[in-house]
Design a protein around this ligand. Sequence first.
Ligand SMILES: *Cc1c(COP(=O)(O)O)cnc(C)c1O
Length: 427
Amino acid sequence: MLADRRRFVPATDTVLNSPQLREPLIRLGRPLVRSVVRASQERVRGGTVDPDALLEDVLGHLPAHASTLHAVINATGVILHTNLGRAPLSAAARDALVAATGYVDVEFDLASGTRAARGRGVLAALRAALPDAGDVLVVNNGAAALLLAVTTLAQGAEVVWSRGEMVEIGDGFRLPDLVASAGARIREVGTTNRTVRQDYAAALGPSSGCILKVHPSNFTIDGFTASVPVTDLAGLGVPLLVDIGSGLLAPDALLPGEPDVTTMLRDGADIVTASGDKLLGGPQAGIVAGRANLIARLRRHPMARALRVDKLTLAALEATLTGPQNPTTAGLHADASWLRGRVEAIVSRLGGEAQTVPCDGAVGGGSAPGIALPGWAVSLPEEYADRLRAGDPAVVGRVDHGRCLLDLRCVPADCDATLLAAVLACT
Ligand SMILES: *Cc1c(COP(=O)(O)O)cnc(C)c1O
């Protein structure tokens, strides 16, 4: 019987020549389609697919695009979910990114026909958004921004840094290692829980390259603690470098503990570094803002060339800065009663074991730990979690106390019908 089946598996080339695969072959390329055909042939050999249904099986398994990244509906309620790609781009940023995929005038002045400065559009948008900055720079990510700043200001010199701010940012990457890899010596000051201004002052000397202040973005310590505000570290005679991580450009009343670039500059920071894909809500990028003379030194450092961003990032970041509200900001400020109404509409269509439950969302991405964002979720039996993840589109919820919670905070409102269909497909 098995031998018979094998004999009836259609040949790869025969399948590839089917008229139904002509369009997918053009769109996805032959190697990818062939690998899907081979997987279907395996299923026929294994007896899970009928030989007559092979082409149908192939068509059912063709990916939407030639990348193994799957689109995900984020129903976790965590806005900046590192495992799910942090900030989702706004429609404006997506459009700008797609428009930049072909030939573009990224380093070309169409009026004169001569070379032009790379990134001039995004830098102008960033300067407009940060009027307190003498100048700005964009690099590949927040870590690159910090690396470039430390390398430029303190290679072969000392970085004066509080023991309470030596952070691991995730996946085993630790900022002290990054600073050491820049060829700077770390001059630790204070203790884990308490550092005072005098600790910095006593450590400063001819070998100081900069003072580094890092926002401990992914943990909090309370109790007998002290740290020195940026205002008290300004004007000590060495550049004051502040890594805020989150990328907030201005204060947000919802996140009172979260530092922002504008306030740090006003408080006296000489250089501020931040991420583009955290609370700024843009593409992966590193934002550097500060004194014009220091930014000029960073821009001219050879390492800057190795850390530069591509045209797609430039386009998406500019549109994030100049465009409408992005999904990160929208998710952060989503109104709880509006979320409840959407959840109730879905639950009423599902009936059965679905319930409307209160559910706290979170900022995530190592930002604003401990801040709960009150909202609502569709509550389903726990076994839905696995089935929803396996669907297309994949839906990632949160498993809590034996229930699968679908928090709508980070689900675009025009995806509610898709989400409902995904749940119905699991029942
Ligand atoms: C996230 C973060 C970084 C790293 O930024 P990436 O954009 O992820 O490279 C550095 N410092 C702090 C304080 C952070 O929160």
